[in-house]
Design a protein around this ligand. Structure first.
Ligand SMILES: Nc1ncnc2c1ncn2[C@@H]1O[C@H](COP(=O)(O)OP(=O)(O)OP(=O)(O)O)[C@@H](O)[C@H]1O
Ligand SMILES: [Mg+2]
Length: 500
């Protein structure tokens, strides 16, 4: 009997990676081992649902995958049987003795390989260089910045500043998960404008490519902070596991607490969706919008009592929100059918009007006051749209409904979170945009797209992978690094949902 099974989708991924990614004639197990390595980099354990395969693809024996029972290579003399190394790795990862349990070992091996293939599908676009992508994924966080390279980099920075006629001293460095903040004391305060205008040139001298340097104010006289991204191999990924932990202890007093991830120096950031009260999330394909929505959703599911919140998830792409539908939770509705979505939005507008009337009669300003006075007994409702462009293209009527909700729903406890890959004036109607005060821009391709989302440039210079600029109501622009929430984190959370 075979040991490892894959689905048809997995097989397609393997073939695609061999053909368009690795671009060499290699056996399939090469891709499977890479997938395993990728999965082991993720802190959350792979979900047990990966054991179930709808459409069977192929089957493999350990001889193929781990080289079990194979001797040394006749040509190179290298050993080819890595089974015990694999078993050791998985034992450490799962904290179980897999040397004593062959069945569990194979099960975990399959889970990790299938999860790695899934992550390749989600994270790699075949227009991108696979080797580069893989290097970034597997080596992220491996090289710690040693004193030597830090000193070198400081010198480079001083030289880059001198090249644009600025002399200064670096007085402090702070390492965040992805960026290092360099505090530069300017000899001549008149150089401040000069430095702000020269940031692109400095980035160019430092070889940062498109990734930009973001200036920050400091408390000290004549000192400016420069947030400079480190190479990807020196990033710390913020894991879904961390987010789930933070979400359990939201700041006191928030009604709908959501955690985005961390700020540039690595401290968790929360905000209350009630105060925003609607949110637009924009970014190019692969920038991390869906992952960001998942972080928001999991924070809400973990941080808000069951009878306090209903979630209404519109997913025209039909895949991203599927794991929430499986939870069987009464408070989550996932709609993938466009007609159904339109009907639901219509019903929400009616609900909004009914709530507004009830609140007027009861003499309360908003839902929170209604709850406090005990005169309104309705839960909050958060509506998530996974891709606005798809929804509006397939059902133009929904745009009007969303505008009405954005204009009036805030006091009635109905909040919108709308994501789009196409932050342009055609997709986001001005009226809709002006009624959605809070914005999150993930990496975009053009400065004009950043302007549409944030009303200012900047998001085109972010580093991708969940790097974001957020504009929350009444607050300064804030840079954040999102938590890397995976389907496994979602499944682990929604499993508890089903019990209610
Ligand atoms: N916070 C993060 N930390 C690290 N990696 C991330 C993060 N967010 C996203 N990524 C990486 O980027 C990939 C794409 O993310 P995601 O699917 O959320 O993009 P998207 O913006 O929704 O793309 P699309 O518009 O095509 O749907 C992920 O599979 C992951 O590899
Ligand atoms: Mg997406």
């Amino acid at each position: 009997m075979a040991d490892i099974f894959t689905s048809q989708e997995d097989e397609k991924s393997i073939e695609n990676i061999l053909l368009k990614g690795l671009m060499v004639k290699a056996p399939k197990w090469v891709v499977m081992r890479l997938a395993l390595a990728h999965s082991l980099k993720i802190l959350s354990p792979p979900d047990e649902e990966l054991d179930l395969i709808d459409q069977k693809g192929s089957e493999y024996h350990l001889e193929q995958v781990t080289g079990q029972g194979q001797g040394r290579s006749s040509s190179t003399g290298q050993r080819q049987d890595y089974t015990d190394a694999f078993r050791g790795l998985l034992s450490v990862y799962s904290d179980e003795d897999l040397f004593a349990d062959e069945r569990t070992f194979k099960k975990y091996l399959q889970r990790h390989i299938r999860r790695g293939l899934r992550e390749f599908r989600n994270g790699w676009r075949d227009s991108h260089n696979f080797h580069e992508y893989l290097y970034q994924e597997l080596c992220a966080g491996l090289s710690s910045t040693t004193n030597q390279t830090e000193t070198d980099f400081k010198e480079l920075l001083i030289t880059a500043l001198m090249e644009i006629g600025i002399s200064g001293q670096i007085t402090q460095t702070i390492d965040g998960p992805r960026i290092t903040r360099y505090s530069v004391r300017l000899e001549d305060p008149n150089h401040l404008d000069h430095i702000l205008r020269g940031l692109d040139k400095i980035a160019f001298s430092l070889g940062l490519n498109k990734h930009g340097i973001f200036p920050v104010e400091t408390q000290e006289r004549k000192v400016i902070g420069l947030d400079i991204p480190r190479p990807r191999s020196a990033w710390d990924t913020i894991s879904g596991v961390q987010l789930l932990e933070w979400a359990q202890k939201p700041p006191k007093g928030m009604i709908l607490p959501v955690c985005l991830g961390v700020n540039v120096i690595g401290e968790p950031i929360f905000f209350d969706l009630v105060n925003q009260p609607h949110l637009l999330v924009g970014g190019t394909t692969g920038s991390g919008k869906s992952v960001c929505l998942h972080a928001l959703l999991l924070s809400l599911l973990i941080g808000v009592e069951h009878d306090q919140l209903e979630l209404f998830l519109i997913d025209p792409k039909k895949v991203e929100f599927a794991p929430y539908a499986k939870a069987g939770s009464k408070r989550i509705t996932v709609v993938t059918d466009i007609k159904e979505a339109q009907k639901k939005l219509n019903a929400l507008v009616i609900e909004m009007d009914a709530r507004a009337t009830a609140m007027e009669l009861a003499g309360v300003r908003d839902l929170a006051e209604g709850h406090k006075k005990g005169v309104i007994d309705k839960p909050y409702i958060a509506v998530f749209v996974e891709e606005l462009a798809d929804l509006i293209m397939q059902s133009p009527e929904t745009e009007e409904l969303l505008i009405r909700l954005a204009q009036k729903a805030r006091a009635t406890g109905i909040h919108l979170v709308i994501a789009t890959q196409r932050p342009d004036a055609r997709t986001i109607n001005g009226l809709l945009r002006s009624n959605i005060p809070a914005r999150i821009a993930l990496t975009v391709q053009k400065a004009t797209e950043s302007k549409i989302i944030l009303d200012e440039n900047g998001a085109e210079r972010l580093t991708g992978n969940g790097d974001m600029l957020t504009r929350l109501s009444g607050e300064e622009l804030l840079r954040a690094h999102g938590a890397y929430v995976t389907v496994d984190d979602i499944k682990a959370t929604v499993r508890n949902e089903g019990r209610h």
